[in-house]
Design a protein around this ligand. Sequence first.
Ligand code: DC
Length: 225
Amino acid sequence: MAYAIAIDGPAGAGKSTIAKLLAAKMNYIYVDTGAMYRAMAVYFSQNNVNPQDETAINKAVENVDITIEYMEGVQQVILNGENVTHLLRTEETGKMASLTSKYGAVRTKLVDLQRKLAKTTDVIMDGRDIGTTVLPDAFVKIFLTASSDARAKRRFDELSAKGEECDYEVIKADIEKRDYDDSHREISPLKQADDAVLVDTSDMNIEQVVAAITAIIEDKKQNLQ
Ligand code: DC
């Protein structure tokens, strides 16, 4: 049986950093589902699909083929035969993904792919709806969160370290807007699954979070024996 660990939570909670470290430690495959919504967004941007026009989105989705490959353990997203991994983390792609991830046609296609990936391999999958919708039977579910202040501060420090000019209040407002959109959409909103363990990382460093989640997983394994 393949094991699945689901990590859900709002933007900027550190899901991907933590999931990557845990996956390496446990020898699981890390599946970044946000990257799939971003790849879909790249297609919409490249083909000038209006994110407000659901009929156009539904039609466009039929022409999209997304697959996942691994290069030295790092997830690569292939969009219609082209590796688009390097295009995924831009601000523009993030905005388009945020506007289009609410549509049923987009979600159905990507949830299908996510479930297929988890069927045959041990995965740590992160996103917004993994524990509630994609993998309701996941072995362990974590809801990883932090206050909007803590998340805005981390983002501010990250951008400042790169020498990018940024405004703390703008970053915080953007984070709060994404939280609102993610948790108020009709289909599969961001929500803690009833059986997920809440981990609030506001006052924790990365090592502490990894240790806390490892302990939750070990505890679950002990209880099975
Ligand atoms: O985690 P991220 O910023 O890479 O996600 C990009 C967008 O995709 C974000 O607006 C939330 C959305 N998303 C989603 O709706 N469901 C998921 N399982 C993962 C991401």
